[in-house]
Design a binder for this molecule. Structure first.
Ligand code: ACO
Length: 434
């Protein structure tokens, strides 16, 4: 359902002796917005919204979130239902094309991904150029962009539809192979080529963990946990990295460039980097034998933030965290793993859930709090956590890039600013420049 302008409802804005009626628009879940498109041309004013917390940057039909009620839906389907019944590739199709795949379609996507999972041989030289200490997010972003050099025919292709899956399959395939190759490089192991007989997640795990002297074969529970992790990360509407993909794409930059930029945006510790920081924090508490209650006191004294807590949108609970908490409990039980970080995580959660500081600020565990435990259990090294998030988020970024490109009213993103620098100054009077 398209966004509707609400007839007979406007927002009246009084600016000095001038007033303007601004249209009110309403989305398909009854969320209301004031359309300020004409504000500047009619009044000379702009809006100021630090962090864009009140600003709708686009109309989007991909993902719906109700942060107060803890609702997350992809294309209208609840996250809980998808997590129970679907797979990462099905959800990727749903996000990108808008409908659940018909019989054969997801198999087609899986086959195309397998066809593209090998990197061009020459890309080995790029890997050789990176030091072993390179952060895998830097490698991932650089290599996604570098892949575009080997496929110039795709750079001009701005249309993605169900019959032209090429670029979608390529990006989803490459991101997984690049991630595994960069890990192998970082530990000095020979790279393992993808195996087309394996499904998406098993293949990734094979490329990560198979050794020249032994093939890694993943337990079904591990494959399912990874698939669930990727699915739960597949989209989250206008977050920092997705907005980056849209902003870069709005200049009509190609999909590779836009995805590479999104990876960089995801890298930051306040966004995708939080899962890594969260485990580092838990490990620090364990290593130094810290008392959790004292840690919480230090957080309340604003010495640092509790990683894996809080969310710009969810103010009650993060539905992904609820699903992942259960999945991590199940996985640990099935594999018989006794993770020493788990009791610390649980104690932190208990303390924070009863403390006025956290309650009054609606600070609950977010998706990163439990995803770190799952990734650790699977054996993913901590430096790769954010890369795993990027693999999962790739279909969401593609879906947003596609939606933006198909918008006939799309414009290049170009925010305004309120200038706070110096007024005009005299260059000559500023020094001995006469
Ligand atoms: N620990 C302690 N206090 C916190 C935390 C936290 N994790 N998060 C927010 N607060 C406090 C702030 O200090 C602030 O307190 P104040 O009102 O007394 O000044 C209040 O809660 C509101 O915080 P904001 O920074 O305004 O919240 P915002 O919506 O801008 O930030 C964010 C959200 C970035 C997620 C923040 O909660 C945070 O930094 N969390 C830790 C990092 C993290 O886990 N990020 C992952 C997010 S999920 C994702 O990207 C997939």
């Amino acid at each position: 359902m398209p966004v509707q302008e609400v007839m007979n409802q406007t927002a009246k804005l009084q600016l000095g002796d001038k007033s303007i009626d601004l249209p009110v628009v309403v989305g398909s879940e009854n969320e209301h917005a004031v359309d300020i498109s004409k504000l500047r041309s009619e009044t000379g004013y702009i809006t100021l919204d630090n962090g864009f917390g009140n600003t709708g940057a686009c109309r989007s039909a991909i993902t719906y979130i109700d942060g107060e009620k803890g609702i997350l839906r992809y294309r209208g389907y609840s996250m809980e239902t998808l997590a129970e019944n679907s797979t990462f590739l099905e959800v990727s199709w749903l996000l990108i094309f808008g409908e659940l795949p018909k019989p054969g379609q997801v198999e087609d996507l899986a086959d195309r991904i397998k066809e593209h999972s090998l990197l061009h041989q020459d890309m080995r030289h790029h890997f050789e150029g990176f030091p072993a200490t390179a952060h895998p997010m830097a490698v991932l972003s650089a290599m996604i962009n570098a892949s575009s050099c080997y496929h110039p025919e795709l750079l001009e292709n701005n249309s993605i539809d169900e019959s032209s899956l090429e670029v979608v399959a390529m990006l989803m395939a490459k991101v997984s192979t690049i991630a595994a190759f960069s890990y192998k490089k970082s530990i000095g192991d020979p790279q393992r080529y993808p195996d087309p007989s394996l499904d998406y997640c098993s293949n990734f795990l094979h490329c990560m963990f198979s050794k020249p002297y032994g093939r890694y074969s993943a337990e079904p529970e591990v494959v399912r946990a990874l698939d669930l992790f990727l699915m739960l990360h597949a989209d989250h509407e206008q977050n920092c990295s997705t907005s980056t993909a849209r902003v870069v794409g709005s200049s009509e930059a190609n999909l590779f460039a836009s995805m590479s930029a999104a990876v960089c945006a995801l890298w930051g510790p306040l966004h995708g980097g939080a899962n890594q920081r969260c485990i580092e924090m838990l490990e620090g508490i364990r290593r130094d034998g810290l008392d959790v209650k004292k840690v919480v006191e230090r957080v309340k004294n604003r010495e640092f933030k509790l990683m894996g807590f809080g969310h710009r949108v969810y103010k009650n609970s993060d539905p992904r965290a609820t699903i992942l908490k259960k999945a991590s409990d199940d996985l640990l039980k099935k594999l018989g793993v006794d993770d020493p970080l788990l009791p610390i995580a649980q104690e932190l959660e208990d303390v924070a859930r009863h403390d006025e500081f956290f309650l009054s600020r609606n600070l609950y565990p977010n998706v990163d709090f439990y995803s770190g435990i799952i990734l650790r259990t699977i054996g993913i090294p901590i430096e790769m956590f954010t890369v795993m998030f990027a693999i999962g988020r790739m279909p969401g970024w593609i879906a947003h890039w596609k939606e933006q490109h198909e918008n006939p009213n799309g414009r290049i993103a170009r925010p305004r600013q309120v200038y706070t620098g110096s007024p005009e100054r005299d260059y000559v009077a500023a020094g001995s420049r006469g």
